[in-house]
Ligand binder design. Sequence first.
Ligand code: APR
Length: 185
Amino acid sequence: MPSSPLPTAVIGGTTLEILVADITTLRVDAIVNAANRTLLGGGGVDGAIHRAAGPELLEACRPLGGCDTGSAKITEGFRLPAKFVIHAVGPVWRGGTAGEEAALASCYETSLTLAREKNLVSIAFSAISTGVYGFPPERAAPIAVGTVAEEIEKKPGSLARVVFCCFSEASAAHHAAAFSSLAPR
Ligand code: APR
C-alpha cells in the first residue's frame, strides 16, 4: 500500500522536504553524517558515507581532532555526489535526562551554521542518533524539524532546500508528523 505523499514546508526562501533514500546518493551541496566523536568512521550511515566517499574522507577527518557531542565539522565529499559532508555527533540516548534533546538540537543548529558559512544552497540530514545511539525516533523527528524551522526563520541564509533523508517509511512518518505540527509561517 503506497504511503500518503510526504509533506513539504516553505519557510522564507527555503523548502523543507522529506525523502526516503540512501543519503549517499543525494546530489546536494552537503549531506549530514551521524558520526561519532572520533570522526574516524563507524557503522550505519557513517559507514555508508565513508564507503561511498572513498578513503580520502577518512584522511580528511583525521586532522580534525574529533568532534564534541552536539557539534559538527565539515569536509569535502570526495567521491560522493554531495560536495561536502557535515559530520555531526549526536547524543547517545540515556533515558532523556542527560541533556540528549538539547544536544540533538545543537547538531542541527551547528550543521546549519556550517552550511550558512559556506553559502550552501541544499543540505540533506540523516536522522541523527536514531540508530545505534538509540534516540527514540518519534522524539528525535520533532526536534530535528522544529530546530531546522526555527533556525531558518531566525537566520535566513543561502539555503533553498533542506531534506530530511529518512532510511525507512517509519522514519519518514515521524518526520511528516513533525511537519504537521509546524506553525503556519
Ligand atoms: N542513508 C540515510 N540514512 C541512513 C543510512 C543511509 N545510507 N544508513 C543508516 N541510516 C539511518 C538509520 O536508519 C538511522 O535512522 O541513519 C540514522 C542514524 O543511525 P546511525 O547511522 O546508527 O547513527 P546514530 O544512531 O547517530 O549512531 C552513531 O553509529 O555508525 C555509528 O560511527 C557511528 O558511532 C556512531 C554511531
